[in-house]
Design a binder for this molecule. Structure first.
Ligand code: PHE
Ligand code: CO
Length: 278
């Protein structure tokens, strides 16, 4: 999840200028590993037949640890070989510019702490389970890995062009793809968004509930659509595959930002006659 503006930035005595810290792997206690194991086993079971093939395949290929919290250095080596990505530790949410900059350098920031036993089902801020279990697997997918990189480059560029002004459009794109994206896999609706795969409730709701509105990917529609961070989504956007996502976001966003700014926001859950429904 990335909603820096909603939270205070962390203070950490050993934080470097780029907001990274050491993972301090030796500091995890038995209970922390037990929380990881519980969440890992619960979600990986739940996601069978729900998460997209690319995600499930990556979980297997990267050889995720069931028993223990993953060590970032080990996974950076594996990812580096697969797609040139690395995982870096951060103490929590980081400023937008820093976040974009990391992605543009193919570094994915992951929070190093894990939720407490009382927050197993829901947590508003991203912890290591969300960041790692949710985001890291797809970084091993070559097309998705390139999309994340392009997003980072696009974020740095958007800030150079307009400071904060265009960030809400990019944040919505991230939200409705990287965090809450759905896709069609062999004719079936499947999950690829990290905010869903790491959530027990939403990984069922997003596919099974009749309440939310599922719409084919439409970049302008996404950039105009409002979202909330503390409830299940009312809109999901569906892609055919990561190539489509990558191709649709290749275009120059500068004119697009102006166009969507003029068109105005669309409220969460609002239906448009032009929506291509699933
Ligand atoms: N094409 C975008 C731009 O011109 C960059 C981008 C790519 C942004 C992919 C997000 C995702 O800024
Ligand atoms: Co996330």
């Amino acid at each position: 999840m990335h909603n820096a503006s909603e939270f205070y930035y962390p203070e950490h005595p050993e934080m470097k200028e780029d907001f990274t810290i050491n993972q301090d792997y030796h500091k995890y206690k038995k209970d922390h590993h037990a929380t990881w194991k519980f969440l890992y086993e619960r979600q990986s079971k739940l996601l069978e037949g729900r998460a997209c093939n690319a995600y499930m395949d990556a979980l297997k290929h990267l050889d995720f640890s069931h028993e223990r919290i993953p060590n970032f250095d080990d996974f950076s080596d594996k990812l580096m070989k697969a797609t040139g990505w690395q995982v870096v530790a951060v103490p929590g949410l980081i400023p937008d510019y820093t976040f974009f900059k990391h992605l543009s350098e193919r570094k994915f920031p992951v929070t190093n702490w894990i939720r407490s036993q009382h927050q197993l089902d829901y947590l508003q801020e991203p912890d290591i389970f969300h960041d790692f279990f949710g985001h890291v697997p797809l970084l091993a997918n070559p097309v998705f890995a390139d999309y994340m990189h392009a997003y980072g480059v696009g974020g740095v560029r958007a800030m150079d062009l307009g400071g904060e002004r265009y960030l809400k459009f990019l944040a919505r794109l991230y939200w409705f793809t990287v965090e809450f994206g759905l896709m069609i896999d062999d004719g079936n609706l499947r999950i690829y968004g990290a905010g869903i795969v790491s959530s027990k409730g939403e990984s069922v709701y997003c596919l099974d509930s009749e309440v939310p509105h599922r719409i084919y990917f439409d970049i302008k529609r996404i950039m105009r659509t409002e979202y909330v961070i503390d409830r299940f989504q009312e809109n999901y956007f569906v892609i055919h595959d990561f190539k489509e996502l990558f191709n649709e976001t290749k275009q120059d966003f500068e004119p697009l930002y102006h166009e969507v700014e003029d068109l105005g926001d669309i409220a969460m859950g609002e239906k448009l006659t032009t929506d291509m429904k699933i």
